[in-house]
Write a protein that binds this ligand. Structure first.
Ligand code: MLT
Length: 407
């Protein structure tokens, strides 16, 4: 008799975005003629940059010739992509990363969800709240979160980020072993300055905390003073793992490619206090459970760093950030309290008239046929807030703002 992992039975409903898709699908069945505009899940809508497509076509041709065919690649990624990542994303910012610290993967969602494999089940978890649900759900599956009562997991330390504290998290009130930070933030679209991020790195250094730093949206930063990588902060190599993604940067949500940096200095501990390199553990995990991102995909990702690729990616980012500016302006004109959208592709707004975030979701869907994401879906401090993505098509975004004018 095979026993199931009963931690899965503790998970609330389905995964947030699957839940929303179900609600939208039932609305479609009852309202077949209505045109819905989706600004819910942060999925990109612009096509892949030409430089990426050209590189992928060429890679397909490579696969068609005996001499250039690629079978299993290195699980950690091909050196052509790792070198491009180091040169452009790190060395260009004065950060030194060794090739053996880069792990190319099929995306940041998978890596942030899987990283817990190398850590014990009884570590305590801290999250900024609201939070990307993958961090919580993957820890529920691993049995780290305790029981769910009144909208919170008993063993998770929630660090509220609301308008009251300008979305800047305070240091946690209780000890945590593992802390998740995502900046620019999903879902609030807010950022941390270098000084604020330094506070967290110093806290982690003083308290033996590991920071899981999700930088999937760093390409959206416009303000030159906001850090793109946690390794811009002194000492971060000893405490932080960084996750990056090509999904939101270069339109790879459907292609799948990201990477994770696990510095050699970063250690975990055994119960008897031995230092263990997390880089070796993650390498062992990757070589066992992953056979590498496809050659074709990695050639596409490499092209993101070519001169044409950089220009085309910049155009993509400008397009979505123009959407964000249009949305901010229009929602502010409606008299709403609006956050984010200046260094991130998400707009976070306070629901009007004290509506709960799910009531506001229903109102928008049923009255304006616009789909967003209720703040509560991201955690208890998300109640009373709502997220809209700037990844929509321009005309649809304009039409959605027109519809929202009637709020
Ligand atoms: C979101 O909408 O929060 C993102 O699309 C989720 C993801 O990147 O997995």
């Amino acid at each position: 008799m095979a026993l199931v992992n009963e931690h899965f039975l503790k998970l609330q409903n389905s995964y947030l975005f699957a839940d929303i898709a179900k609600k939208v699908n039932s609305f479609k069945i009852t309202h077949p003629k209505d045109k819905i505009i989706r600004l819910g899940i942060g999925d990109v809508t612009r096509p892949l940059p030409e430089a990426v497509r050209t590189a992928m076509h060429k890679a397909v041709d490579d696969m068609g010739h005996k001499d250039t065919f690629h079978g299993y690649g290195p699980e950690q990624g091909y050196s052509f992509l790792i070198d491009a990542i180091i040169k452009n994303d790190y060395a260009a910012r004065g950060i030194s990363i060794d090739p053996s610290e880069v792990f190319v993967s099929d995306g940041a969602k998978c890596d942030t969800g899987n990283i817990g494999d190398i850590l014990r089940h009884d570590n305590s978890i801290g999250v900024t709240d609201p939070v990307y649900p993958v961090y919580i759900d993957s820890n529920v599956m691993a049995g780290r979160t305790g029981t769910f009562k009144e909208g919170k997991w008993s063993d998770v330390v929630y660090i509220p980020c609301t308008a009251e504290n300008r979305f800047i998290p305070d240091l946690p009130s209780r000890r945590v072993d593992i802390l998740y930070l995502c900046y620019p933030n999903n879902p609030t679209g807010t950022t941390l300055s270098k000084d604020e991020l330094r506070k967290w790195v110093n806290y982690a250094l003083e308290n033996d905390v590991i920071i899981m730093y999700d930088a999937a949206y760093e390409a959206y930063i416009q303000d030159p003073d906001i850090p793109h990588s946690i390794y811009e902060i002194k000492g971060a190599r000893k405490v932080a793992i960084e996750f990056r993604s090509f999904s939101k940067t270069a339109g790879f949500t459907g292609v799948r490619c990201g990477y994770t940096i696990v510095p050699k200095e970063l250690n975990g501990f055994t119960l008897d206090g031995k230092h263990i390199s997390l880089n070796s553990l993650w390498n062992r995990r990757s070589t066992t459970k992953f056979n590498g991102t496809s050659y074709i995909t990695q050639r596409g990702a490499e092209a993101v760093y070519s001169p044409e690729g950089k220009q085309q990616v910049k155009e993509l980012i400008d397009y979505y950030m123009t959407n964000a500016a249009i949305m901010r302006e229009s929602l502010l004109k409606c008299g709403l309290e609006v956050y984010g959208g200046e260094n991130a592709p998400y707009i976070w707004l306070k629901t009007p008239g004290g509506l709960s975030s799910w009531k506001f979701f229903d109102k928008l869907l049923y009255e304006m046929k616009v789909v967003g994401t209720p703040g509560l879906g991201f955690g208890p401090s998300g109640e009373g807030y709502f997220r809209l993505t700037a990844f929509g098509d321009r005309d649809e975004t304009l039409e959605a703002m027109e519809r929202l004018n009637k709020i």
